[in-house]
Design a binder for this molecule. Structure first.
Ligand SMILES: [Zn+2]
Length: 284
């Protein structure tokens, strides 16, 4: 899965100038347009290249920070941890490594917060934690936030960065989460509570095949890889080269798989505007 792990920008460690005041790692090179940028410039622009508009990946914590009103997020059930119930080789080690590198307990964070003052329930998956893959704990946290939204009449937002799809280390139990979450979402629909799904680079497998595609509105960020099976698997199976841009947001919009593509800087206000329309109808 090499394309998943390829960084979209390269940190420039050695500056080829005599100016020794430039600290190491201050500059980055955009892998999309080859532009040289100040790391701070990229950070300030929500990790989107200011030269070519390439949307680099961001982690779940940052995603919450830029989506919700500041200090409004209250995390729920942070202390549920995955266990290696199948004795799958190296699963325990991978979990520990992901926890250490991300500071998260699982590949999803759920909770409540506000968007422009509106109360919402939210879940955000993180690609840095085992590919953002869906296992029993992610399934449990997502179903709990769905049930919380149902109970409290809150609009629901799930932002996915889950290129790993269903977590193979948990076998059929991970696949079961797809059905469990989909059934939970049907309750949300019955109550006519809005559910917005945001698909970011990369979203795949069992996540694409369940909650990520079940929003009342499915929004993607520009250029995101959104798939069921990955492009390499498809190419190997059908023994044909895939067309350029296949499985990217723009291709999927053109083919009716998603509803809209929204730039990161406009996401918060777009979500708010959609939710305002949905909830206005509810109140009538
Ligand atoms: Zn660029």
């Amino acid at each position: 899965m090499a394309w998943f792990h390829r960084p979209k920008y390269t940190i420039i460690r050695k500056v080829q100038k005599t100016d020794t005041k430039i600290p190491e790692g201050m500059w980055v090179k955009c892998d999309s347009c080859s532009g040289i940028l100040l790391k701070k410039e990229l950070d300030d622009n929500l990790n989107v290249c200011p030269k070519c508009g390439f949307h680099n990946r961001i982690n779940a914590k940052k995603r919450i920070e830029i989506t919700l009103d500041s200090n409004s997020f209250v995390e729920m059930w942070p202390d549920i941890f995955s266990v290696d119930f199948l004795n799958f080789p190296q699963y325990k080690e991978k979990l520990e490594k992901s926890m250490k590198s991300t500071g998260l307990s699982e590949a999803v964070i759920v909770g409540t917060g506000k968007i422009n003052g509106m109360d919402v329930a939210i879940g955000v998956t993180d690609f840095n934690f085992m590919g953002g893959s869906l296992g029993s704990v992610m399934g449990e946290k997502i179903i709990r936030i769905i049930e919380h939204a149902y109970k409290e009449n809150l609009p629901l937002i799930i932002i996915s960065a889950s290129g790993g799809g269903a977590r193979m280390h948990e076998g059929i139990i991970s696949l079961m989460q797809m059905a469990k979450i989909s059934a939970g979402l049907s309750k949300i629909y019955d109550k006519k509570l809005p559910y917005i799904s945001v698909l970011t680079d990369p979203t795949g497998g069992g996540v694409t095949a369940s909650f990520a595609m079940l929003g009342d509105v499915n929004i993607a960020e520009p250029g995101a890889l959104i798939m069921f099976a990955g492009p390499r698997v498809i190419e190997q199976t059908i023994k044909q080269k895939l067309p350029p841009g296949f499985q990217r947001s723009e291709f999927l919009l053109e083919h009716g798989m998603i509803d809209m593509i929204v730039e990161r800087k406009n996401l918060k206000n777009t979500i708010f505007s959609l939710l305002s329309k949905f909830t206005a109808n509810l109140k009538k």
